[in-house]
Design a protein around this ligand. Structure first.
Ligand SMILES: Cc1cc2nc3c(=O)[nH]c(=O)nc-3n(C[C@H](O)[C@H](O)[C@H](O)COP(=O)(O)OP(=O)(O)OC[C@H]3O[C@@H](n4cnc5c(N)ncnc54)[C@H](O)[C@@H]3O)c2cc1C
Length: 247
């Protein structure tokens, strides 16, 4: 998909090959692209000890092992707390000088009190090593430039995700990071968004264009989980039917 246009009741989706489809309703579900760690070796070991975005499914494999988490925001902190229940050690690698600028106070407290979590600030991953599975990491202190090679079986990377929504341009309202706004997020003060012409407010997953819905990771404030994306997809279909009945 390369563009979304509105012409009267039609919602027109344009494609890269020059074709287009006009519909009464559209569900946007283009997801996000996780930012990749550029350190040497990471691409080859992704899925083999190096993971992006979620730690839940791999947690069982981390029992009694050394786990590294890259990132200093809440998602990294939550993963550290979760994995620390079973891992031998969890090391949080933070690029910044401390966690206070990027992580909630309650999580910092929990991490500080956890006996098997270590926080290493001003530290980045220079390289990931392993044959078939992650075995070691080369870490670099950005202040001193010193490098160190450590044993590591697991590394989870939480350095952000960008929604695949640039192609939408100004067609629907997006937040400052590009995530699509929908439902109550379009009416924070009870007023519908500019240009909204219907008497009712937007339905829960409806965007700033009536009849255009969003589901999954591309939606602002979404959970970034399979189950919620699937659930939102099902809910969006139900809302499409409601929209079509009323239009
Ligand atoms: C490495 C990794 C591990 C994960 N592990 C877990 C886990 O263990 N548990 C969990 O619950 N969640 C996990 N997630 C998150 C989960 O994958 C997402 O929450 C879920 O896939 C979101 O579904 P979605 O339909 O919104 O987007 P996606 O599944 O990302 O699907 C979006 C689709 O839209 C397509 N697309 C994008 N732009 C366009 C365009 N312009 N035109 C046409 N097509 C387009 C994409 O190619 C893609 O096929 C993980 C994610 C990653 C990356």
């Amino acid at each position: 998909m390369t563009a979304l246009e509105t012409g009267g009741a039609a919602r027109v989706v344009r494609f890269a090959d020059g074709t287009a489809i006009a519909a009464h309703s559209v569900i946007l579900a283009t997801g996000v692209q996780y930012r990749q760690l550029e350190a040497q070796g990471c691409t080859d070991l992704t899925g083999c000890g190096v993971y992006y975005g979620s730690a839940l499914t791999e947690a069982a494999g981390c029992q009694g092992q050394d786990v590294y988490i890259v990132g200093g925001a809440n998602s990294a902190g939550q993963a550290a707390m979760y994995l620390a229940r079973g891992a031998k050690s969890v090391t949080l690698l933070v690029r910044g000088a401390d966690l206070s600028a990027s992580m909630s106070y309650y999580l910092i407290q929990q991490i500080t009190e956890a006996p098997n979590i270590e926080v290493r600030c001003r530290t980045v991953v220079d390289a990931a090593h392993g044959s078939g599975h992650l075995e070691q990491l080369t870490l670099r202190h950005t202040g001193t430039g010193e490098t160190e090679r450590v044993d590591a079986q697991w590394m989870f990377v939480f350095i952000g995700a960008a929604p695949l929504t640039d192609w939408l341009g100004e067609s629907v309202l997006r937040d400052e990071r590009g995530f699509i706004l929908a439902g109550p997020d379009l009416t924070p003060d009870g007023t519908p968004p500019a240009g909204w012409e219907l008497d009712r407010p937007p339905y829960h997953l409806e965007t700033s264009v009536p009849g255009v819905f969003v589901a999954g990771d591309a939606r602002a404030e979404s959970a970034k989980r399979v189950a919620s994306a699937v659930g939102e997809g099902a809910m969006a279909v139900m809302l499409v039917h409601r929209y079509l009945e009323q239009s």
